[in-house]
Design a protein. Structure first.
Ligand SMILES: Cc1ncc(C[n+]2csc(CCOP(=O)(O)OP(=O)(O)O)c2C)c(N)n1
Ligand SMILES: Cc1ncc(C[n+]2csc(CCOP(=O)(O)OP(=O)(O)O)c2C)c(N)n1
Ligand SMILES: [Mg+2]
Ligand SMILES: [Mg+2]
Lengths: 317, 340, 317, 340
């Protein structure tokens, strides 16, 4: 996925000189995950800006740039550090269009790696998507493979609204696949049905997609697997269609359970489609504890937990 | 020095500046009265800070971009923002650019390069830096002004913005309107060091001006504005301009403040500036009185006229969250006001 | 409620000299809502600290105080401004016990007024409870009346864990009631059944409680009305018991719908009790838009919206 | 001046300081090797910063409270934190005080007054101010030290903490270990002003010391420590101590750095400090060699021995979120590892 993101950024910067990247160590160093590798050498220090260590400044500057004709792509080195810029995101980025009566807009794409899988402990592993999805005015996107990464990043750059682009760092170096050279889009707000079945709907996104797919294949589950791709706004129609078809739903994500995305998906289904359900809506998620270092594998949802939830809803009478 | 200014053709500019001060004070007083009458919801008075703001903005140009804060109505008036635009925002009516969404005082006028004011103080400062970056990158003319109070110097955003502007050598004027208080906290308890001196810690020039005197502010800030305009980098200007009223219409200053500058007293910036201008021969007492009278009539009629404009329509609640409403917002609009 | 909070603070400060208040304008001015009125005069500037304008400093200092023997009660003047201190809350306050293996604790009570009702527009009206409830390591409490305010504040001060104490500013000056002088507790994590009925469960908290009760009384609804009082951890047992009894649930809160508390309550019910439900679980909430100024009354859930949701679940077949 | 120190009975102290430097370097190198061998998950090397840290901590007392950052292992060793406590945290094993929850380098030793290190840089600084406030209020002895890197001077937390400590005149030493880089960003691009000079903007004294020389740091920081200890208020000390290796074991410094201080070269603080001490007659080359050898043996055996300790038990994942687990956590524990 790193390569796909890097090439997409390169392509877009080549097309549009108003695209500016800014963040910590994204220039000379190429980003701690190498997503911006080579871009400063190619486009110059003015367009790929190595910033001082101040996330609220990175985000605030990006907002001010986007208000004045540029298309900034700020990077927050780890999503865990975004909270130092949280006021800028919640109170400025998300509310500028509204509070200006639509006369000022903030088109930008904030990229940041999230989630576990690199033994990063409490502060290099968090999945904070709920904080952004709860905040109206933001779009929230997360790809689960290199192909989608390109298509979603391109669509995010087309958006006239600010996009929080969450990159599952666990998938940065996995899942090699062909990514076409030409320009294409994956529309925001549309989920993808990765596997079709009639018995159960497994709704997931981002870093958990490979684990869910593997569980489904390994166990020959007769399951819909829905990759949300956009978390805000969610793809209501696809979620409801699948839930109504199978009547049994399991939601899988890495973020903690309480007020994780699973809560909203569950509420959406039970307010719109309860009469179609044969079983409780179950959530397989990270537990409501800070992210650990040594016991990371225990924290992350795995096949056995997914399977056991699926079996519970399948066997429910 | 003052005579020199006048000779250099600044007389017109001085008169306009003074006129804007008077207009702003008149509007301020009108709003305060209307608020007490229950006709306006809230206001942060701007009295006492007119000379500081206008002393600076006399150097500004149309293409300059201003990240003002919630007491900068005088500067807006001076830079030509029509009174209607402001009063409609004070009422939050259906003609309000912000569609009645913001508390009064949180003004905006994009067409006049006045950006939008958030309540969390100083959080516009990093935006100003980004806007200045864009200006330079896009080779646009115009500098950026970011204003804020003394209390705001303690915020994270102040520190971030000052450092970034200096590191990238950007055309930003950081304009601190030090009115001596952050609600109830006196500046001496906010920080141990005079605010203009903090410029040095970031590597930019800083100056202090007497913000109660329009002419003094104008003269002393000239070099700073030129410095920024010529691309040398950012500056910090501190203008001392004691608050003349409560923090806001929700505030009772008697709890913490005894020494309030009285309207019409010789510490009132309108009086101070008027005296200076009369001494300089720019205006006469008669002209000043005429300006006051005209302002009064103008504001009163405008204010009463615009009060009749109805509130924004219910649909506006659901607009402008995104370019296009999401299904969520459509659904919620349907539940709350019925689908259209 | 202001008086009740003020007296409780006074009583507790009298008992325990390690209690320290800090915040903007809480001393000489007595707080912008007068909650700390008179306390600086009585206990001195060392114990009721007027701070500079820096929320992350207020919160950070409070954490450092509590780590070293004090019991601080920081105030954030409006909950809307807490996001400038959000990193301190999420990454320090909430995770200190965990990351120190339990050797360092952060017993403190962070007070802040939240919600609408004072014509405060975008930045003096937000209901951000979800941000805190999603963050494990924090307890989140909100009273709906002066009596509970005292009992909950006292229990919060007993807690060895950090508590976010959300004060519904709309109720600061309403709902006069007798508050006993003596010391008492309302346990954290326990909801209160304010009205009993068999047809529908209305689950709510904080500022919406009076409106819900009024709707129920005015329309003689045969409803359970549950006031959560503690939002984290929620009172699972009371929620489930009521939902199972009535089989019809409406959740009411002022915060926006998407990932508001309603989502978690709904998910909790549908994962534990779906077989007891006769109707969809509905949410009556603020819409997913920033909080407005002039159209505030349209934003806030009202009797007619509550009633219409109740009727929908009652009539559902 | 150096002779004076020795005469004042500081010889013992110097030897212990040097011993700790050597021990820390030995442990650092051992960990770096172990990390390359896949035995340790991550580390931020501490080489190059030993002299700065220990030069300061030679003035500290048991009752002083230290908010160290992720490169302060040398200071911890010098202040008597047992090697076992540190190595167990490097492994994150079942004997780790933090129960294997933190990435290595994020050390803590509450019993030795070393607080816990978060990853978001500088965010401990406001905590240090609060702790100092508590100390003074509770009339406890002891000052507070808060250390951080040069990059951290740009953060909101630095600004907040510096201002608050000054406003309340609290006993805090802000100790900036300027290693010239924040990952890849050189200090000159971080800020335009030398960090020690920023003290002035907050109203506290600031000094610069040569952090590559233990003796120099020790001598120059003495007055500052006394100033803080006597209740006069906070200070800022900047110690220049170039980074000798990569930012962390995940970092490849060749991309951005050409001039790395080589181990054993005459810019290595161990070499610089050893020379000073030999010149001063505090140690001999022989003693220094012996110290190195002993350290090597000690560390190697400890490190290998503690590697055998098993990881924390699965239950620990669910402990210490709250004093008592909530029903939510109980439920989740049940789902993940089965109820007990
Ligand atoms: C981040 C933040 N914290 C708190 C407040 C509440 N508040 C509104 S104005 C104000 C004082 C601001 O003082 P100053 O910057 O000096 O501006 P002044 O009002 O004196 O013009 C405070 C604390 C706020 N608006 N934003
Ligand atoms: C708030 C925050 N942003 C970003 C990071 C990622 N990061 C880790 S260390 C570091 C550089 C810190 O530089 P400095 O303060 O000079 O300390 P040094 O590592 O050089 O000792 C960065 C950017 C972080 N840990 N915290
Ligand atoms: Mg002020
Ligand atoms: Mg550094």
């Amino acid at each position: 996925m790193v390569q796909s993101l890097n090439r997409t950024l390169d392509m877009k910067m080549g097309e549009d000189s108003n695209i500016i990247l800014l963040g910590e160590d994204i220039g000379k160093d190429g980003g701690v995950f190498r997503v911006t590798e080579g871009l400063q050498a190619k486009y110059g220090e003015d367009r790929v800006i190595d910033t001082p260590l101040v996330e609220l400044g990175i985000v605030g500057m990006a907002i001010g740039m986007s208000m004045n004709g540029l298309k900034p792509i700020p990077e927050i080195q780890f999503q865990d550090f975004i909270f130092t810029a949280f006021d800028q995101i919640v109170n400025q980025m998300a509310k500028m269009r509204y509070r200006s009566g639509g006369t000022i807009t903030v088109p930008l794409v904030l990229r940041t790696p999230y989630g576990g899988g690199i033994r990063g402990g409490l502060y290099h592993s968090q999945s904070g998507e709920s904080y952004f999805v709860h905040t109206s005015g933001l779009k929230v996107v997360t790809p689960s493979n290199p192909y989608d990464a390109k298509g979603l990043l391109s669509s995010s750059l087309d958006s006239k609204d600010p996009v929080i682009f969450l990159e599952p760092k666990r998938l940065y170096r996995s899942g090699k696949m062909e990514v076409p050279d030409e320009d294409y889009r994956i529309p925001l707000g549309k989920a993808k049905l990765l596997h079709e079945g009639d018995s159960v709907s497994i709704i997931t996104y981002g870093s958990m997609v490979p684990a869910v797919l593997k569980t489904v294949t390994d166990n020959s589950l007769d399951a819909d697997v829905l990759d949300l791709r956009t978390l805000s706004p969610m793809d209501r129609d696809s979620i409801i269609a699948s839930a109504r078809k199978t009547g049994r739903v399991v939601i899988v994500h890495e973020a903690p359970r309480t007020l994780g995305m699973g809560a909203e998906i569950s509420a959406l289904i039970s307010e719109s489609s309860i009469e179609y359900l044969y079983a409780p809506i179950l959530r397989v998620t990270g537990p409501d504890v800070p992210f650990p270092y040594r016991l990371e594998d225990l924290y992350l949802p795995n096949s056995s937990r997914i399977l056991s939830a699926v079996n519970r809803v399948l066997q429910f009478r | 020095m003052s005579e020199e200014i006048v000779e250099h053709g600044d007389k017109e500019r001085m008169i306009r500046g003074f006129g804007a001060m008077v207009l702003a004070r008149t509007l301020n007083n009108k709003i305060m009265t209307a608020q007490r009458q229950g006709r306006v919801g809230f206001f942060t008075p701007t009295s006492g800070q007119e000379a500081a703001q206008i002393g600076l903005s006399m150097h500004l140009r149309k293409e300059d971009i201003i990240y003002q804060y919630y007491r900068d109505m005088p500067m807006m008036l001076h830079m030509g923002v029509p009174v209607d635009i402001i009063i409609n925002q004070i009422y939050g009516n259906s003609m309000d650019i912000a569609k009645g969404r913001q508390m009064p005082s949180h003004l905006l006028a994009r067409d006049y390069n006045f950006m939008s004011v958030p309540s969390p103080v100083a959080t516009n400062l990093p935006l100003a830096v980004g806007t200045a970056y864009a200006n330079r990158y896009l080779k646009k003319d115009g500098i950026v002004v970011a204003s804020f109070g003394d209390g705001s110097s303690s915020t994270p955003d102040f520190h971030a913005a000052m450092n970034l502007a200096a590191v990238y050598n950007l055309p930003v004027i950081f304009f601190c309107e030090n009115n001596g208080l952050a609600i109830s906290l006196p500046t001496e308890k906010q920080t141990k060091v005079e605010i203009w001196k903090k410029a040095e810690a970031y590597g930019m020039p800083g100056i202090l001006v007497n913000g109660s005197d329009m002419v003094d502010t104008y003269e002393k800030t000239r070099e700073m504005v030129e410095y920024v305009r010529s691309g040398k980098g950012p500056v910090l200007i501190e203008a001392r301009c004691p608050r003349m009223g409560p923090h806001s219409t929700s505030d009772d200053p008697t709890k913490y403040l005894t020494d309030i500058v009285k309207e019409g007293s010789d510490r009132d910036p309108l009086i101070i500036s008027q005296k200076r201008l009369v001494e300089m021969g720019v205006i006469t007492e008669q002209i000043a009185s005429k300006i006051r009278e005209d302002s009064q009539n103008f504001i009163t009629s405008k204010f009463d006229e615009l009060e009749k404009i109805p509130p924004p329509s219910p649909e506006t609640l659901f607009e402008d969250v995104y370019e296009e409403p999401t299904w969520i917002i459509d659904e919620e609009r349907g539940e709350i006001i019925g689908r259209n």
